[in-house]
Design a protein around this ligand. Structure first.
Ligand code: TTP
Ligand code: MG
Length: 387
């Protein structure tokens, strides 16, 4: 199969990007603050006796298969001597502020993605003779000297590749992708490692014969669009190692969601119901990811379902969430909040779903609306019951 001719011309805008990601961040802070647990298996999250979920685990616990977002009960089964610690949001925020201060010594163009992760654009930074690799090493060493914690770094000509790279030599490592290696690296990248591709989309890609990112180049863009909607274009450009997004321009998110455009229209409510678990699973991944990034800040307030009929009429249905996690700190477990939110999803979907437009439908989407100030949102909806 040949590579398809691109319907547009594009090239990588010259950039030097560093992505820094702290190693097992919450757990590392707990180990730092309590030397007695430093060499033991440690997890941060809800209690295993309730319906708690883990925020993260240290590398010792990961040897037993313990992972972020796993239920605490399951984690205990995998590692019976696991030590559970309740999250301490304000302490994590304090360390995060310190790390941000270090980043700003090197550049003003810093885009934090969560408490423990940020992109830095060092294209115009002169320190370390302008070497992004040396800067990344220096940043890692500053972080270690000043906080006692280790970080991993990815250095690349764009955001996409730098984010993938920071995971390659984790923990306490660095991985560099030079501009001349970018296209080949992207082409060979297993599709599940592309940021934004969760387990469900990965499976969908595999079912379609897409295993490496470069495999998308063998299909026309229109075909990819039919399968992946808006995401197709970015998959396509990324497969050539290109990503021209600027650091710091991610704006304020208004919603988290996922949608699917079907090859052949859904003809009945039963067919709609069959597709729903895939969308909900994808939404689950994105919601966890969102909570990880915004343990403090804007929160989901409404559920929405979006449908497009075979006549291309778009309808959106919304419902206020019964449970809005307002603040995540010692008292409230962050992972547990996203769990609660998703628990409500099925019930609410059943309520909304009877009002949906008549099939045939060509698109189905589900998601959450984000309010920048959930407190105000709650006041506005005076009758809201907070759990
Ligand atoms: P990550 O950077 O994804 O994980 P990590 O830093 O714990 O581990 P790694 O060494 O693989 O980078 O997330 C940063 C922090 O965000 C993490 O310490 C805890 C929190 N978090 C959650 O609260 N819920 C989640 O589902 C995930 C993935 C992370
Ligand atoms: Mg991390």
């Amino acid at each position: 199969m040949g590579v398809h001719q691109l319907p547009f011309t594009f090239e990588q805008i010259e950039q030097k990007i560093i992505h820094i990601d702290m190693d097992c961040f919450f757990a590392a802070i707990e180990m730092l603050d309590n030397p007695e647990i430093r060499h033991k298996a440690v997890a941060v999250g809800g209690s295993p006796t309730g319906r708690g979920v883990l925020c993260t685990a240290n590398y010792e616990a990961r040897k037993y298969g313990v992972r972020s977002a796993m239920s605490s009960a399951e984690a205990l089964k995998k590692c019976p001597h696991l030590i559970f610690i309740k999250p301490r949001g304000s302490r994590y925020k304090e360390v995060s502020t310190k790390i941000l201060e270090i980043f700003h010594r090197y550049t003003d163009k810093v885009e934090p993605l969560s408490l423990d992760e940020a992109f830095l654009d060092v294209t115009n930074t002169n320190s370390c003779h302008g070497s992004a690799t040396l800067m990344a090493q220096k940043i890692r060493s500053d972080i270690f000297k000043e906080t006692g914690l280790t970080a991993s770094a990815g250095v690349a000509p764009n955001k996409f590749l730098s984010k993938v790279a920071s995971d390659f030599n984790k923990p306490n490592g660095i991985f560099v992708i030079n501009p001349s290696e970018a296209a080949n690296f992207a082409k060979e990248l297993p599709i599940g490692l592309v940021p934004g591709i969760g387990k469900v989309t990965e499976k969908k890609c595999h079912d379609l014969g897409l295993f490496k990112l470069g495999d998308v180049q063998h299909y026309p863009l229109a075909w990819l669009e039919a399968k992946f909607g808006k995401f197709a274009h970015s998959m396509y450009t990324k497969s050539f190692g290109i990503d021209n997004r600027k650091v710091g321009n991610n704006g304020t998110r208004k919603s988290i969601g996922c949608e699917e455009t079907f090859n052949s229209d859904l003809m009945s409510y039963n067919e709609i119901k069959d597709r729903l678990p895939f969308l909900i699973e994808e939404l689950t991944i994105r919601t966890h990811e969102y909570f990880k990034r915004h343990s403090i800040g804007p929160k989901p307030t409404k559920l929405f379902i979006k449908v497009k009929t075979n006549m291309f009429n778009l309808h959106t249905y919304e419902k206020l969430l019964r449970y809005i996690p307002l603040r995540i700190d010692n008292e409230m477990d962050l992972a547990h909040s996203s769990e609660n939110l998703l628990d409500n999803l099925h019930t609410m979907f059943n309520e909304l779903y009877t009002k949906l437009e008549q099939p045939p439908l060509r698109l189905l989407g589900v998601g959450f609306r984000i309010a920048s100030n959930p407190h105000q949102e709650i006041e506005r909806m005076g009758q809201l019951r907070l759990l």
